[in-house]
Design a protein around this ligand. Structure first.
Ligand code: ADP
Ligand code: ADP
Ligand code: ZN
Length: 213
């Protein structure tokens, strides 16, 4: 079964997608990670300027990236994390999936209010080696400066995880991405979890959706 995780920046999409990848064999397709990984290329550099302003990268670029990825992963079940983000992307995704004979299981919406999100994003950091996500107050490594998962000691912070870019990202979410909730609800794919709950509670809510309870 293939999933979309839909929610504002900082809602916990990446955190839960990583857990699903480990627990259930999904492959996480994070378009934000793909753009950051392309930073050495011309396209990556153009994208970085847009990302740092908190705006969205054009649909045609994003759709091409996802189309290539879907070819690459073959028949593995996937989680789209951060895509689609506009009505145009959602429509293009429908066309791609039908062309490739793939289907969506659930669209899982993370519901959470903006106030919590700014705090989450401004404190976020990531293991430079394995990508494990952390937070200054909400999820510190068990041993100071050592990744719980891989033992590495270098961490990175995103240049767009500051309050100013975050305000623009939230505005982009509300105007361009939130309308997708109705788009998917109309086709009865949509499931909702409370993104403001603690890590384990969100994980349990998703597990119950996937296990059909
Ligand atoms: P997204 O992928 O939606 O932008 P992340 O998964 O990166 O969000 O989470 C944003 C920040 O909030 C990270 O620092 C993460 O450790 C923290 N976080 C994620 N889920 C929770 C949660 N349920 N409770 C508290 N903090 C969380
Ligand atoms: P978050 O969910 O924490 O905001 P992401 O890593 O998903 O962050 O995305 C970071 C940035 O990458 C976005 O603010 C946007 O500029 C760009 N981006 C990622 N995915 C898309 C997409 N599907 N469409 C347009 N821009 C995207
Ligand atoms: Zn690590």
């Amino acid at each position: 079964m293939n999933l979309i995780i839909l929610g504002p920046p900082g809602a916990g999409k990446g955190t839960q997608a990583q857990l699903l990848e480990r627990d259930r064999g999904f492959i996480q397709l994070s378009t934000g990670d793909m753009l950051r990984a392309a930073q050495g290329t011309e396209l990556g550099k153009k994208a970085k300027a847009i990302m740092d302003r908190g705006e969205l990268v054009p649909d045609d670029v994003m759709v091409q990236i996802i189309a290539n990825k879907l070819d690459e992963i073959g028949d593995r079940p996937f989680i789209l994390d951060g895509f689609p983000r506009t009505q145009g992307q959602a429509e293009a995704l429908d066309a791609l999936l039908s062309k490739k004979h793939k289907q969506l299981g659930h669209v899982i919406q993370f519901k959470i209010n903006d106030k919590i999100l700014v705090q989450r994003v401004v404190g976020r950091f990531t293991c430079a080696s394995c990508g494990e996500g952390y937070h200054d107050t909400l999820k510190r490594p068990k041993v100071e400066n050592v990744c719980d998962r891989c033992g590495a000691t270098e961490f990175t912070r995103r240049s767009d995880d500051n309050e100013q870019a975050m305000r623009a990202r939230l505005a982009a979410y509300h105007t361009q991405t939130a309308p997708l909730i109705d788009y998917y609800d109309g086709r009865s794919f949509l499931r909702v979890v409370d993104g403001s709950a603690d890590f384990e509670t969100v994980r349990a809510q998703i597990a119950s959706i996937l296990d059909g309870n």
